[in-house]
Design a protein around this ligand. Structure first.
Ligand code: 9PG
Length: 511
């Protein structure tokens, strides 16, 4: 295997092609920058002396990690990685093609393409310099010319979860009044099943009617869909088993658990699946939805046997291209999405796990060793390490909470999330207007209208409109526990139930 030496200080970045090489490191780096595979996967600087420990619960390894590497005893990274030699001295290795992976070995940084070969960028400099060079190289390759402006989105998920229905949404539309949202986005809960993208019994007037009402309020209508996964109760699962992605043993590929249960990945290289995708996307845009939040996208790139043999990230990209062609004018927000293969086809991408109305779900995140799991602290940490993507694509850090009702976040924790959203330039909330006090509503209004100037002071420190913000205390990981996995899993669900499900159920039955 080819070995390379670290470039000398102040040398210009090198660009070359190859399938794999080892960048020799004659010392243990002070820090290692790990980039997660998809939106929710942990990204950030870690201490390479610490062992690479897996997420303790198997069901989260598929939903949150890049499965082939989830049990690796090495620190692994998707497309790019960086090592710190000294505080202002960073070496970055970045793959510019799909399927690039990196692995920290005792004697260096191993860089490889899962299949074939591709381009690499090797650069040394300060952290902002090396990330800028990588961003520029990606920009040339995938085009970042989409015209962009700050998005202001009201999204139904983080207040109502799956407990949405027509009547509540009509009421919310009226309660939003003149709050300057550009988009009102309906999240999970409107569809018959994951895979049957038609309105369920809670939307008797149909989805076109709802889109028309949103448009009548002067906003774009947005809709959530997870087009690459299906559940066992879907028509596809029952009638077209050959549309599913299968593993080497011929079993459907499990794509993780979500709020609708066990999900399975589609074989997005199957011509019939591509036709179905195109029709599905056409149909929702014909209903009037011009903003599509496409979720659980990683499923299309899971390992498996495909009808058309091709590398898994290329299969993903081809399917995304079909969606883009079916909705050329729509705003596409990719979520749970592999980062690099989404560039140039989507308008925006979620860059961290979901926020929650509490700081940390300790059982799920700390005790199960899963920094990818929903929790405001996890969302902040991963998003802060992905701000370098901003010149390439709209970066969505997830919603900001303004409500104090049904919320265990402190004022300070809510403010950190708000400041992150201002830095990202993607401003959204899910708060129900009637949950807000008049002061909170004013704060939301200001957040939506505000012009901001952002200065970067140092790692994790910013100045926003003259006010200093330090995200430093957010970064450290809480200790892992050795509590049995089943106990931690159930305690985690308890926290979700109390803070997320109960208020939503209450709203649902009140109407
Ligand atoms: C809708 C949601 C929202 C959210 C997405 C995505 O089971 N789980 O652990 C789980 C975690 C996160 C998650 C879904 C399921 O979130 O990020 O914004 O759209 O789906 O289901």
């Amino acid at each position: 295997m080819q070995t390379l030496q670290i470039p000398s200080i102040h040398s210009s970045p090198q660009r070359f092609s190859g399938d794999r090489f080892l960048l020799e490191l004659p010392f243990t780096p002070q820090r290692f920058y790990r980039h997660g595979w998809q939106s929710w996967t942990f990204s950030g600087w870690i201490d390479p002396q610490l062992p690479a420990l897996p997420v303790r619960a198997v069901q989260f390894r598929v939903k949150d990690e890049d499965p082939p590497y989830a049990l690796s005893d090495r620190h692994t990274s998707a497309w790019l990685a960086a090592v710190q030699i000294a505080p202002e001295d960073i070496v970055l290795v970045g793959g510019l093609d799909f399927g690039a992976r990196l692995q920290l070995e005792p004697n260096g940084l191993l860089a490889f393409y899962e299949t074939g070969e591709g381009e690499w960028l090797l650069s040394r400099g300060t952290e902002p310099e090396v990330f800028h060079q990588y961003t520029q190289a990606l920009c040339q390759k995938y085009s970042c010319s989409l015209t962009r402006k700050t998005r202001r989105v009201w999204c139904s998920w983080y207040s109502l979860y799956r407990f949405i229905k027509e009547e509540i949404l009509h009421q919310i539309l009226s309660d939003l009044g003149d709050l300057p949202f550009d988009v009102v986005q309906i999240d999970d809960g409107w569809q018959i099943s994951t895979g049957d993208w038609q309105p369920n019994y809670k939307f008797p007037a149909g989805m076109a009617d709802l889109a028309a009402r949103i448009q009548a309020s002067g906003r774009q209508a947005g809709l959530w869909l997870s087009p690459f996964i299906v559940t066992a109760d879907s028509t596809i699962f029952k009638q077209h088993p050959d549309w599913l992605l299968h593993d080497e043993q011929g079993m459907p590929v499990f794509a993780g658990r979500n709020w609708s249960g066990m999900t399975y990945a589609l074989d997005v290289t199957h011509p019939a699946v591509l036709d179905w995708l195109e029709q599905t996307i056409r149909r929702v845009t014909e209903w009037g939805y011009a903003y599509l939040k496409l979720d659980f996208l990683y499923a299309a790139a899971l390992p498996g046997r495909r009808t058309q043999e091709m590398p898994r990230e290329a299969a993903y990209r081809q399917a995304l291209q079909v969606i883009r062609q079916a909705a050329p004018q729509a705003y596409l927000l990719a979520c749970g999405a592999p980062l690099l293969p989404s560039l140039g086809l989507c308008d925006g991408i979620r860059i961290g796990p979901d926020v929650t109305p509490y700081w940390l779900n300790k059982p799920f995140s700390a005790w199960l060793n899963n920094p990818n799991h929903p929790s405001t602290q996890n969302a902040l940490r991963t998003c802060l390490h992905r701000l370098w993507l901003k010149p390439l694509i709209d970066i969505d850090p997830d919603v900001v909470y303004f409500r104090s009702r049904y919320n265990a976040l402190t004022v300070e924790q809510r403010r950190l999330m708000k400041d992150l959203a201002l830095i990202c330039g993607f401003r959204s909330t899910s708060d129900l207007p009637h949950w807000l006090t008049s002061l909170e509503r004013e704060e939301l209004q200001e957040f939506l209208e505000q012009e901001v100037t952002i200065e970067t002071l140092s790692n994790y420190r910013y100045r926003i409109n003259g006010r200093e913000v330090d995200f430093g205390p957010v970064i450290p990981f809480p200790p892992i526990s050795n509590l049995p996995v089943w106990l931690a899993t159930n305690l985690g669900f308890l926290q979700t139930g109390i803070y997320e499900v109960l208020p939503a159920v209450w709203e649902f039955y009140r109407w």
